[in-house]
Design a protein around this ligand. Structure first.
Ligand code: ZN
Ligand code: ZN
Length: 307
């Protein structure tokens, strides 16, 4: 089952011809989650073949325009193409007021349901049987949250051939996956260890933008497979970064290292940069497994057996 982070926009406030503002779509086990909805979201969705019908949950970190100006057009288009099912938006509650100003409820064929984020402490904001999504406060000029997507603890994997060998019923498969031994029709006990493989590791993704250097997030994002951390500036512009509530390449890499993550993705680049080579060189001195993302990039977290 996939766990994919697709980058549709990787610039900060000013979009360019090569980089749109913040937009991402996650495919986690064929459920789709949009993170940010910068200007041009619809264009990028068409370009990268993201199905409009599959987007039911949109997470907006904060109300600077580069993170939500695409939402108005998207909400309108959903209506035009005949959407009937609810759309859930997780954001600061002021976004609801802005949307209510523009859209007349009577002309909408579907419901937009708002979930207000908690900007003072981490909170679980979404849960289904295989995934938990948490929000957590970041350090920016206005109230801002990051998001953590983490798979739930998995059951043991049953060895497929054993199902046939012992003609195991569905009911018993569930028991075995929960760690029980199996009693065959002739009464023989088969040890659970001979029927199963260890579960897969819970895959996880943390999204941190926009934010200044903020060590309080480290315990929350600890050990994630992929950390997306903004690096609006390279480290020569540390002072501007501090002043504007943003991070540099060095800030992002230091957080990645301290949080012991597997991979660091840097993004939300200032439009002043024609290339991100300097960002990468600086960050790699601190944290080797670093990438500067581009629009259209896709990062897949593979399934791994627990050690
Ligand atoms: Zn921004
Ligand atoms: Zn911002």
């Amino acid at each position: 089952m996939p766990f994919i982070v697709k980058i549709l926009g990787s610039n900060s406030a000013l979009p360019t011809s090569k980089r749109f503002s913040s937009i991402q779509v996650l495919n986690i086990r064929e459920r789709f989650f949009m993170v940010e909805c910068g200007e041009g979201t619809q264009i990028q969705m068409r370009k990268y073949k993201i199905s409009f019908a599959k987007i039911n949950h949109i997470f907006i970190s904060h109300l600077h325009g580069d993170h939500y100006y695409g939402l108005f057009g998207l909400i309108s288009s959903f209506n035009l193409i005949g959407r009937k099912h609810d759309l859930h938006i997780y954001s600061h509650h002021d976004l609801q007021k802005k949307i209510d100003c523009i859209f007349d409820e009577k002309e909408m064929d579907y419901k937009v349901i708002f979930h207000n984020l908690n900007f003072s402490e981490p909170e679980t904001i979404f849960e289904n049987k295989f995934l938990t999504i948490k929000s957590f406060p970041l350090k920016h000029r206005i109230k801002t949250c990051g998001f953590l997507f983490i798979e739930k603890q998995k059951q043991l994997n049953i060895i497929k051939g054993k199902i046939q060998t012992y003609k195991i019923s569905i009911k018993d498969i569930i028991r075995i996956k929960n760690g029980e031994d199996y009693k065959t029709q002739s009464g023989k006990i088969i040890n659970n260890k001979d029927l199963t493989m260890p579960p897969y590791k819970n895959r996880s993704y943390a999204y941190c933008s926009d934010t200044g250097y903020y060590e309080k997030i480290i315990p929350i994002i600890k050990n994630v497979d992929i950390l997306y951390h903004e690096a609006t500036f390279d480290s020569d512009k540390q002072e501007i970064a501090n002043k504007t509530g943003h991070s540099t390449s060095i800030d992002a890499a230091t957080i990645a290292k301290k949080a012991n993550v597997e991979t660091l993705l840097m993004g939300h680049f200032s439009a002043r940069y024609k290339t991100t080579e300097k960002h990468v060189l600086q960050a790699k001195k601190i944290f080797e497994n670093t990438y500067a993302v581009n629009d259209g990039d896709e990062f897949q977290i593979q399934k791994q057996i627990v050690d």
